[in-house]
Design a protein around this ligand. Structure first.
Ligand SMILES: C[S@@+](CC[C@H](N)C(=O)[O-])C[C@H]1O[C@@H](n2cnc3c(N)ncnc32)[C@H](O)[C@@H]1O
Length: 272
């Protein structure tokens, strides 16, 4: 069923209202594919009925958010970032801070692969530096993605790639198989998952030493990117680092951050 111009415009506005994500008419086919199952589930015959239902609020808002967000992720996505975190960030941080717990925020954590990769990296570091401590908060706006993240069970391409690229970590930290693998409790116990909209004020102020905000800014226009970066800044300690995704550069924006190296930013005027 074709999503006509008027209804497309209304849906795009609802996406922006509930998630901040900017969409345009190029997303017509994607939105059709994602909303039709919702309409069928609710027994609604037209986009007009669905839009009216959504505007009344209630439970459908969460399902709508689940439908319009893209939750793809991968273990150890963008290898260069993990080299930096392992070889530079953790070594430097532990050298300065010793046994103080490192506080990490995986913002827009999707189905959890990023937060669990971080936990595995930290556990490996801890094997070499037993006094090292860490805790990871992982958040997302999609309840469906968070449920999957908490379940910590993965299959298909994401586990195949993990096994191929990091066989030793795969064997140590994933259990089960041959088709479905679950992240072991040792990794999970350091990660807590919660719902959070990046456009809202963070629940913890000046708390985090490291924020992973990867592959999510691309979904927003510049105004909301700036707003999100302002909120994220409020959650970071003065000497914290912010990690962005491969396709995300913020140097053209007016933000509180300055470039440090590929994917890595620090608070402007903060400690080096
Ligand atoms: C492509 S995934 C990125 C996952 C992970 N960071 C990575 O790089 O592999 C983008 C995630 O951003 C989340 N998201 C979109 N808008 C959001 C918002 N306003 N607040 C919080 N999360 C949001 C989506 O639900 C989705 O799970």
């Amino acid at each position: 069923m074709e999503l006509g111009d008027d209804h497309l415009e209304a849906v795009i506005e609802l996406v922006r209202q509930h998630t901040g994500i900017a969409m345009n008419e190029n997303k017509r086919v994607l939105l059709q594919g994602r909303l039709l199952p919702r309409m069928r589930a609710l027994g609604l015959a037209s986009y007009a009925d669905y839009i009216a239902h959504l505007r009344r609020g209630g439970d459908e808002v969460g399902s709508f958010i689940n439908s319009v967000t893209t939750n793809d992720s991968a273990f150890f996505r963008t290898p260069a970032v993990w080299w930096y975190l392992n070889d530079e960030f953790l070594a430097d941080w532990h050298g300065r801070m010793g046994a103080t717990p490192l506080r990490i925020w995986s913002a827009a954590a999707a189905t959890g692969e990023e937060a669990y990769s971080m936990s595995m990296l930290c556990l490996e570091f801890q094997r070499r530096h037993p006094s090292f401590r860490f805790a990871i908060d992982a958040t997302d706006i999609s309840s469906q993605a968070l449920d999957a993240a908490r379940g910590a069970t993965y299959r298909g391409r994401t586990v195949e790639r993990f096994e191929l690229t990091r066989p030793a970590l795969f064997r140590r930290y994933l259990a089960g198989g041959p088709e479905r693998f679950t992240v072991v409790p040792e990794v999970r116990q350091h990660v807590s998952f919660d719902s959070h909209n990046l456009l809202a004020a963070p629940s913890r102020r000046e708390h985090y030493d490291l924020v992973l905000l990867r592959n999510v800014l691309i979904y927003f226009d510049e105004e909301n990117q700036q707003r999100i970066l302002g909120q994220v800044r409020g959650a970071m300690r003065p000497d914290a680092r912010l990690i962005l995704g491969e396709q995300e550069s913020i140097t053209r924006l007016n933000t509180p951050f300055e470039f440090e190296q590929a994917h890595v930013y620090r608070i402007a005027g903060g400690q080096a």
